[in-house]
Design a protein around this ligand. Sequence first.
Ligand SMILES: [Zn+2]
Length: 426
Amino acid sequence: MTDAFSLPPEAAGPRLAVAAATLERLRTVPELAPRYAGLPDGVRTLDELAALPPLLKDDLNTALAHLEPRSDTAATWLFQSGGSTGAPKVGYAPTGFYMAGVHAHWPVLERSDVFANAWGAGRMWGAHFLAAALADRAGCRVIALGSITREEYPDWLAFLADRGVTAIGGTPSVLRLWFAHARAAGLELPALRKVLWLGEAWQPQLEEDLAAVAPGARRWGMFGSTETWVVGTNTPDCPADTFHPLPEQLVHAGPDGLLDFTTLNPEMLNPVLRYRTGDAGELTACPCGRPGRAMRVLGRRDNVVQVRGLGLHVDELIARAEREPGVSRAQVVITEDGGRATGVQVLLLTDPGAAVDPDALRAELLAGTFTLSTAFQHDPEHVTVHATGELLGNERTGKTAPFVVRGAPREPAATPAAATAAGEAS
Ligand SMILES: [Zn+2]
């Protein structure tokens, strides 16, 4: 069973005292205590760890509401953690955001870099601040961009080119906007070498954008969540879905193919003990040749939705739509009435100036997707494809989900706030 962990027993063993301390904290949470009753005190071996029940997002939020952790050495920051509807659920981190370990194992930023931080800042989002903490460790120059509006891209791109920006970081969907606008404006970022990303899966279309806008740039990925913080990193030599876990993060691949995470960092404020993000994955050897077990992330298990009793593979539908020339990103919007799907819309975010034929794509998607052709056999007009200037985002989490479920029929021009993100990307 121990080969299901990212660290071998001899490396994990001395650090398991942190997991044991987390277990003691969780046992003080009244709502969670019963599930740990009857289990051995302490966590001495990886087998004992694997025998503990996994934690889900709601469990962690319940624990944090009771524990209200506080850093001994720094300010304690509150960040959005989990849940896609309602009021923000809260996760905690001290200033520094545990980026010392990332900096020690991930040679991406150097003192000579000029780094544009394009992760959104504010609204209790964590990524902008952890990237800033990494830049602080590297001692490079930082341009704190945050998010900008559609009209602002050309001016900011010209500014970034003028400043000789060598590195940029953001979620892949935000990076696609940056590079699509650069391509449309004929702008290049000749000094750009490094593209840092976190928050969603890498989008292969970004390689085409980079070839046009910044041929010298390569991708550098982080994997993590607001609950676990950064779990692992990769380099341009690794596949985009494969990450090397940090030694203070213990990754476990369960027999059901789901990953769970246990912190081995004594500074960690969130009680992360067999915490499941919902990501499926496996432990593997990375083709880059770096020794040790790497983590291959196979995507989220919740990207199959039930439509009229049939499973719709949202990722397959989106992948087909995004192969269409001129489509920079696609999103599936399912409209429900009383729990029954009344319609499926595919929204296409198109590159500026691109000519895309939604009707031709619609015919192909209907013919090629068993679930759509069968479920909408008698009312195929309720499967539609639209080109749009903006996908539906979740204003609260700042993420653009691959699929969105809406309660009442609306036109595609509905405001982003009207949407409930159901398939929030990690
Ligand atoms: Zn690798």
